[in-house]
Design a protein around this ligand. Structure first.
Ligand code: ZN
Length: 411
């Protein structure tokens, strides 16, 4: 399954300031059992080497010697590799990246952003490894691709003709995937709306002030149910029996499906936002704080607010739009989007019934409208005047969605 594909808009003759950016692809490989075994052997080789290098580095450190990646690699190639003949039947490209990865892991540790690198255990750490074509570009495209060492491999999905420097193979739930980056020129898109307020939710993925609603996909709820059922099944099987392994594999696949569906929905939402709006205004959700609330935690981590924000950020850069994060204490759900009155709104109340102007509006839409008018509200400007000044931004449609009659119009 192709997980991260973003549309590339380059059909226009107009000259724009383009932004260079990387596009990440991850797609499933079509492998027979022989192919899968070879992949696992390569991953095992990578794991063995990681453990050797980590152990050697630690021992050297105790002796007062600090080894860098090229010293480690040289020592390994000249003194260690020759005594393990099985390693010469596997790609030598694998070990280049093990040393690079270990070096990166140490750098992250010293920067204080990651834990100290750990030994990898078969079955516990994920099976993956990276190879390149020795500095030459790796050309991909269509469904059949030529990789160094492996030769021709098929993918289920057609890839655009592109070239990359390195590819990573990884196993998830019994299937193998190839992932890589390509450099792409992004062109700013034509925006059909100036401002949009986005209310991120639990029952719905997002409600936009334009009236557009992104629901959580139905397939997602279904996949979640299957996941729960398999989890129950697994607990009834004898630990490490063949039945247990079978259910465990099914469970891993179900997990991946849940993640894929969610990721796909989030990519759709964030691309739509960045491509079609000049300014996107979102709440600054204190995700860490909310996750401590155990009633909300599961649903929240599922909605993956953090991921949404990160994606909107980089896609805004790509398509030349701006992301505005509203202050954490901005009461987007408590304000009336029509008259600005503030009232308490417990989570279970799904509709905003204003006690001052009697406006009735869907809770999430009301919040997104307040976010759209964030700057005006913050500046203390009457939101009515603000709306009148922006009649072309679709306020009439919003009234229709809210179910307000023409008589209730603030104009
Ligand atoms: Zn009101």
């Amino acid at each position: 399954m192709l997980i991260c594909i973003f549309a590339i808009d380059n059909g226009s003759n107009m000259i724009y300031n383009t932004s260079m950016s990387y596009l990440a692809y991850k797609t499933k490989l079509k492998l027979n059992n022989q192919g899968k075994t070879l992949m696992r052997q390569c991953a095992g080789y990578g794991r063995w080497l990681w453990n050797w290098a980590l152990d050697f580095k630690q021992k050297a450190y105790i002796e007062g010697i600090k080894l860098n990646k090229s010293q480690l690699r040289k020592y390994y190639t000249n003194y260690v590799k020759p005594s393990f003949p099985w390693q010469s039947s596997l790609s030598s490209r694998i070990y280049q990246y093990v040393f690079i990865d270990l070096d990166e892991a140490y750098k992250r540790f010293f920067k204080g952003v990651a834990k100290y690198p750990r030994f990898k255990k078969k079955g516990k750490s994920s099976n993956s490894f990276t190879i390149d074509a020795g500095g030459k570009p790796l050309n991909l495209g269509g469904k059949l691709h030529k990789f160094p060492f492996f030769g021709w491999l098929k993918t289920y999905e057609k890839l655009p003709i592109c070239s990359t420097k390195k590819v990573t193979f990884s196993e998830q739930g019994g299937d193998w995937f190839v992932s890589f980056f390509i450099e792409v020129d992004f062109l700013p898109t034509e925006k059909n709306r100036e401002k949009v307020g986005v209310d991120l939710g639990i029952s719905k993925l997002a409600t936009l002030s334009s009236g557009v609603v992104f629901e959580n996909p139905k397939a997602y709820t279904k996949a979640l149910k299957r996941l729960a059922r398999l989890q129950r099944d697994l607990s009834r099987k004898v630990f490490q029996s063949s039945n247990w392994y079978q259910v465990k594999l099914k469970l891993a696949k179900a997990h991946r499906k849940v993640v894929d569906i969610r990721q796909n929905a989030i990519h759709h939402l964030t691309s739509y936002l960045a491509k079609n709006h000049s300014q996107i205004i979102m709440e600054d959700l204190n995700v860490q704080g909310l996750i401590k609330n155990r009633h909300l935690s599961k649903a929240l981590s599922d909605a993956a607010f953090g991921t949404i924000r990160t994606q909107v950020e980089y896609k805004c850069e790509r398509y030349d739009s701006t992301l505005i994060i509203a202050d954490r204490f901005f009461p987007s759900s408590q304000l009336c989007s029509n008259c600005g009155y503030r009232q308490k709104m417990p989570l279970k109340v799904r509709s905003y019934d204003c006690s001052r102007c009697r406006t009735r509006c869907d809770r999430d839409l009301n919040a997104s409208l307040n976010l759209e008018n964030y700057h005006a509200i913050q500046a203390g400007v009457d939101s009515r005047q603000h709306w009148v000044a922006h009649q072309d931004s679709g306020w009439l449609d919003r009234f229709k969605i809210c179910g307000w009659g023409a008589a209730d119009s603030p104009v």
